[in-house]
Design a protein around this ligand. Structure first.
Ligand SMILES: C[S@@+](CC[C@H](N)C(=O)[O-])C[C@H]1O[C@@H](n2cnc3c(N)ncnc32)[C@H](O)[C@@H]1O
Length: 285
């Protein structure tokens, strides 16, 4: 039975969805749409999923997204004296982890936990996602540590050279022009500032990839329908993952935006990858 499913499914995937798009158009999942249309379609997706976003993340990944995010923040190792901008920060999952990490570090070092005011800004294009995040932050007692701002990753409402770390988790594949978002990341970072991105990526194990495809295309939309009453948004999410550049290609894009010391690390056989780089205006000696 599994063989039949993968065979049918393989046929569907053999149509290379990453084919070039016409000028002025872009991808929305596997659909080709006008560039202006993509932003509003992405907006609709996240407005629709905002209330169930955290529940669906747990359902779809069996909770593993929490481990990926924990690892991401551990790699970031956020110190209390730095400023952070979490772009496409949605309901605040990364921001909460940064605060939690800083709190634990302060406790370990026996410093007073309120000695340094956290400086974290969450920026997202969608009000509903931000509102859900702000609500959760009050429930968790984090309301004073985070600023929530509405803005587009391609035109950040943030000053040049003003943040020490720019993070983006599961957000960058939704922007229309990846290159513009990366240039904006470079612009807002201070000299020596760090760019870090956690995103779905491309699997490194062909056997597992087949199973992952079946799960993604056949099971996740059903979960979307059951738990969020929204199959289409979850079809888009799955397709958008397949349209995102592979690890090396994305690393090149980060390099082209001006970043140095670019690295990436795969997790769960490449289901996700963490890319990082630094803004270094003077070359390393
Ligand atoms: C999958 S969610 C990720 C949320 C959060 N970072 C997390 O890891 O849970 C993607 C987020 O990207 C936001 N987004 C999409 N396009 C954006 C853009 N152009 N600029 C800023 N945020 C955007 C959506 O509104 C949504 O909140």
């Amino acid at each position: 039975m599994l063989r039949n499913v993968t065979r049918t499914f393989g046929r569907r995937l053999r149509v290379n969805p990453r084919k070039r798009v016409r000028y002025g158009t872009t991808h929305f999942g596997y659909e080709q749409v006008d560039e202006e249309e993509k932003e509003s379609r992405v907006h609709q997706v996240f407005s629709s999923v905002a209330r169930n976003y955290n529940l669906m993340n747990d359902v779809m990944s069996a909770g593993v997204h929490r481990l990926w995010k924990d690892e991401f923040v551990r790699r970031l190792a956020p110190t209390s004296d730095a400023t952070f901008l979490d772009v496409a920060g949605g309901t605040g999952d990364i921001a909460f982890r940064i605060l939690q990490y800083q709190k634990l570090e302060q406790e370990k070092n026996r410093s007073r936990s309120d000695s340094v005011k956290p400086r974290i800004t969450v920026c997202d294009i969608n009000h509903e996602m931000l509102a859900e995040g702000a609500r959760i932050s009050i429930d968790r007692g984090y309301s004073s540590g985070i600023s929530w701002i509405c803005g587009d990753a391609e035109k950040l409402p943030v000053c040049d050279n003003s943040v020490d770390a720019y993070t983006i988790a599961f957000g960058i594949r939704n922007v229309t022009h990846l290159d513009k978002a990366l240039q904006e990341a470079f612009r807002v970072l201070t000299d020596g500032g760090r760019f870090m991105c956690l995103e779905f990526s491309h699997m490194t194990n062909a056997m597992l990839e087949r199973l992952y495809d079946v799960y993604s295309f056949e099971v996740i939309p059903i979960f979307g329908e059951i738990f969020a009453r929204d199959r289409q948004s979850y079809e888009y999410l799955v397709e958008s993952i397949r349209m995102f550049p592979a690890q090396e290609e994305f690393a090149d894009m980060i390099r082209n935006a001006g970043f140095s010391c670019i690295r990436y690390e795969n997790f769960s056989s490449g289901i996700v990858a963490i890319h990082s780089g630094f803004k270094l205006q003077a070359p390393l000696a």
